[in-house]
Write a protein that binds this ligand. Structure first.
Ligand code: XUL
Ligand code: CO
Length: 441
């Protein structure tokens, strides 16, 4: 069956095209720094937002019109697989990502759920044989089922902990089976609603033990994917233990896990934590922890995770700046953890939304690349931190000084002169690069 009959293979037509089913900026074959955009950007489709969810919100039923809605149960799961591969091929996207319950319905027992997964995974594997599409990452959904009311690996109930472990074990096996390049842990309910009934130390220790067991099991079965923690400060819990990258970093160090994990950084989670997207990327990059990206954006007027498709070029530019400075994403990619708005309920909107996201990151990539080639930020920084390249500053960075010597230096100062930070000029320069990128310099 053909699910997206209105749509043919999406092609690059350039900035002047008026075709809503064409890329204006993302040219998969364009080579930048020796790699095609397709190879470098490593775009991924999030199965849950694109094929599983129906655009419900807390106040209303789903609005999505989807050709696979005529089916139920395992037939629905199979139809989604067929539709997804047609979608991946038509969009020309190299990766996809899923949670266990996105691809196969939960049974009434763990055994039955695993049997459903086996059927769908073997179908996905067959489709992957005839396709270029690869698995960027998979994960276990340990937050939707009511059993996870008090958490999963941080639950107050040891039986729930065991169930969560069994679900991750199964996903590690599936990741290996499908050649997954990463494995993600988003602690959907790993946190607390109130401290009044929470043993924080026990819950965090248990979470640490859980991650160690996951690392050990992956090693045992020879699954060598990059493990990623996806931080989020709140929602659904009031406080989530993986609050942001810095908190996650401290957690990994505390439990001796830092060698085994990097981070999957989501733009909307960053802003929920009170950070910019680029702050999270920068912190991860400078600490060697940048693994992968959930490419979306939030709404600055709303205080929750709206998971919109990324269209803010300023944000994609600064994000791509971090990614390029990181030397790319390695095994990671840009996964569109984003959903169309509830009012964008037609099937075609799934293509329009992904095209918008892919074009926006392509623009960000080209602009960031030019900023780096011209050493815009590098020259600024060099000048700004010049005082650390000689004299007392050099002694500080080389660890050759102490408080007594610094006091001596300070006592000898007659005048201290600071330089302007030039923020407005820097922002104007970024605007200039953004506008020039496609207008021809
Ligand atoms: C939730 C979220 C998840 C993770 C995977 O906010 O981002 O979809 O990406 O569990
Ligand atoms: Co995410």
């Amino acid at each position: 069956m053909v699910y997206f009959e209105n749509v043919n293979k999406i092609k690059y037509e350039g900035p002047n095209s008026n075709n809503p089913f064409a890329f204006k900026f993302y040219n998969p074959e364009e080579v930048i720094n020796g790699k095609t955009m397709e190879e470098y950007l490593r775009y991924g489709v999030a199965y849950w937002h694109t094929f599983t969810q129906d655009l419900t919100d807390p106040f209303g039923a789903g609005t999505a019109i989807r050709p696979w809605h005529q089916y139920t149960g395992m037939d629905l799961a199979k139809a989604r697989v067929e539709a997804s591969f047609e979608f991946f091929e038509k969009l020309g996207v190299p990766y996809f990502c899923f949670h266990d319950i996105d691809i196969a319905p939960e049974g009434s027992t763990l055994k039955e759920s695993n049997q459903n997964l086996d059927v769908i995974v073997s179908m996905i594997k067959d489709y992957m044989k005839d396709s270029k599409v690869k698995l960027l990452w998979n994960t276990a959904n340990n937050f939707t089922n009511p059993m996870f009311v008090h958490g999963a690996a941080s639950s107050s109930n040891a039986d729930v902990y065991a169930y969560a472990a069994a679900k991750v074990k199964k996903q590690l096996e599936i990741g290996k089976e499908l050649g997954g390049e990463n494995y993600v842990f988003w602690g959907g309910r790993e946190g607390y609603e109130t401290l009044l009934n929470t043993d924080m130390k026990l819950e965090q220790d248990n979470l640490g033990r859980f991650f160690h067991m996951a690392v050990d099991y992956a090693k045992e079965i020879g699954f060598d994917a990059q493990f990623l923690i996806e931080p989020k400060p709140k929602e659904p819990t009031t406080h989530q233990y993986d609050f942001d990258v810095a908190t996650g970093h401290a957690f990994l160090q505390n439990y001796g896990l830092e060698k085994h994990f990097k981070f999957n950084i989501e733009a909307n989670h960053a802003t929920l934590a009170g950070h910019t997207f680029e702050h999270e990327l920068r912190y991860a990059r400078v600490n060697g922890l940048l693994g992968s990206v959930d490419a979306n954006q939030g709404d600055p007027l709303l205080g929750w995770d709206t998971d919109e498709f990324p269209t803010d070029l300023y944000s994609t530019t600064l994000a791509m700046y971090e990614i390029i400075k990181n030397g790319g994403l390695g095994a990671g990619g840009l996964n569109f953890d984003a959903k169309v708005r509830r009012g964008s309920f037609e099937t075609d909107d799934l293509f329009h939304a992904h095209i918008a996201g892919m074009d926006s990151f392509a623009v960000g990539y080209k602009v960031a690349n030019q900023l780096i080639e011209d050493k815009v930020f590098e020259n600024l920084m060099e000048d700004r931190y010049k005082s650390y390249t000689s004299g007392v500053g050099l002694d500080i960075v080389e660890g050759k000084t102490d408080f007594k010597k610094l006091e001596e230096h300070a006592l000898g100062l007659t005048e201290i002169t600071n330089k302007s930070g030039r923020l407005e000029s820097i922002k104007a320069t970024i605007n200039q690069y953004l506008l020039r990128a496609y207008a021809g310099k």
